[in-house]
Design a protein around this ligand. Structure first.
Ligand code: GDP
Length: 429
């Protein structure tokens, strides 16, 4: 059985917590896209951890953790995170890396940094983790798939790669000799030796896993609105955070994904550039930012303050739609317990017209939120374990959102810890 856990908003929805939780019953957790450009914060019996590259199943001894072929594999972060887990006393996790995954190299990070500087005020708010240069090189077919490091032609490819990069860096950024063939060769050969024990043939392995009816979790990074095609292009990531892309990356048939859990949060946040309808800039934003997440709404990768808005039914419904969500996990409900009234954006007004549809990006700058105001519950709900025990106003809030997004909310997260979860679908208990 294959389940996908993916973001229904802009990312930072709490997917890491949900994956860590559901991995307890999974055989395999698969990171299928993106690289070390986002962080999944997980609080469990071992402590608090932020993972950038490793799948969120690494805290379970019985769970295999797979980095699938379409991820932007950052070997430096990969080895650093394994070391960090060891130093924190976590039993060595089972980790495998698809031999078809491509390498995100230090030069990609350098390029990302220089490009953001070059763009100046038009920059995309990149985390400078090298993701866009990596995927550009991948689709231009000049980058390195890990398996190529074993090829007899690798030296020629390294030479061409260095020539191209040096020309590009010189022309675009005035940087001569950005790469030396010998240095890159040494780096890649050293990496090949270190990575060998982790490599596996992903398509065959996953095919066998499906035949053996193993329980597989596909773990998405970022959220639907950052999808390169269906998100707010060009303010998107360079891969697809949609569940369907998990099937491509892990080479499993799309029809095997039986359940798609879209994780959405009870209010909205966003990191990076691009239109963010209903963005709050006042004291209300500061208050929510201070109270959000487990220690405020600040980016897990960069520490940047996250942009804040009230829950947005328009974008969340769209996000769940493009994910193909079969169910929703609503997170951070506990955060809203201080409010008398909670505004919820139910539609956009664009050039005088009211719409419940999420438009193409160019119209978003003209979109204004249309709010409905729901009653707050004015209490701490973080200790509540059953849906029936939630205050009526909290249940009304959940059911209001559920109706608007049109997907059943089966899990409610009411705190950052593993056990702060309320199930409405007993299958997950
Ligand atoms: P991810 O990338 O989707 O995994 O999300 P992040 O890790 O970037 O951000 C989620 C933050 O919210 C983390 O600090 C989590 O510890 C925290 N968190 C997750 N679920 C909840 C919840 O239900 N309530 C609260 N208060 N914090 C949560």
């Amino acid at each position: 059985m294959v389940t996908a856990i993916t973001g229904g908003n802009f990312g930072d929805e709490g997917k890491g917590k949900m994956t860590d939780l559901l991995a307890a019953k999974a055989d395999i957790v698969v990171r299928f896209q993106g690289g070390a450009n986002a962080g999944h914060t997980i609080i469990n019996d071992y402590g608090k951890f932020t993972l950038h590259m490793l799948p969120s199943g690494v805290f379970h001894r019985h769970t295999e953790n797979i980095i699938a072929s379409s991820a932007a594999f950052d070997p430096d972060d990969f080895f650093n995170e394994l070391k960090m887990l060891k130093e924190n006393g976590i039993p060595e996790p089972m980790v495998r890396v698809s031999s078809r995954t491509q390498l995100l190299l230090p030069i990609h990070k350098e390029q990302d940094k220089l490009e953001e500087q070059r763009l100046g005020k038009n920059s995309f708010g990149s985390t400078k983790s090298g993701i866009a240069p990596f995927y550009s090189d991948k689709y231009a077919k000049r980058n390195f798939q890990i398996s190529e490091l074993y090829s007899s032609n690798i030296k020629d490819k390294i030479r061409c790669f260095c020539e191209d990069k040096n020309k590009f860096f010189n022309a675009f950024y005035g940087v001569p000799n950005a790469l030396y063939v010998n240095d890159l060769t040494d780096y890649l050969m050293d990496l090949r030796d270190k990575l060998t024990p982790y490599l596996f043939d992903c398509p065959y392995y996953m095919s066998d896993a499906i035949k053996s009816d193993r329980h597989i979790l596909l773990e998405g990074q970022l959220g639907a609105l950052r999808d390169v095609d269906n998100g707010i292009y060009p303010f998107v990531t360079s891969s697809s955070p949609l569940a369907g892309f998990g099937s491509v990356s892990a080479a499993i048939p799309p029809y095997e994904i039986k359940s798609i859990i879209s994780v959405i949060k009870a209010y909205s946040t966003c990191v990076g550039a691009g239109a963010f309808v209903g963005e709050l800039f006042d004291e209300a934003a500061n208050e929510l930012r201070k109270r959000g997440g487990d220690s405020g709404e600040y980016g897990a990768k960069t520490g940047r303050p996250r942009r804040i808005a009230w829950f947005d039914c328009v974008s969340a419904r769209y996000g769940c739609m493009v994910q193909g969500a079969t169910e929703v996990a609503l997170t951070m409900l506990d955060v809203l317990g201080y409010l008398d009234k909670i505004p919820v954006c139910v539609a956009y007004r664009i050039n005088g017209e009211i719409t419940e549809k999420f438009p193409e990006t160019y119209l978003l700058d003209d979109a204004e939120p249309v709010y409905e105001y729901l009653d707050g519950w004015k209490c701490d709900i973080s200790d509540i374990c059953s849906y029936d025990d939630l205050p009526e106003a909290a249940k009304s809030y959940i059911e209001f959102i559920e109706k608007r997004i049109g997907v059943p909310i089966t899990m409610i997260s009411n705190g950052p810890k593993r056990d702060q979860i309320i199930y409405r679908n007993t299958d997950y208990k």
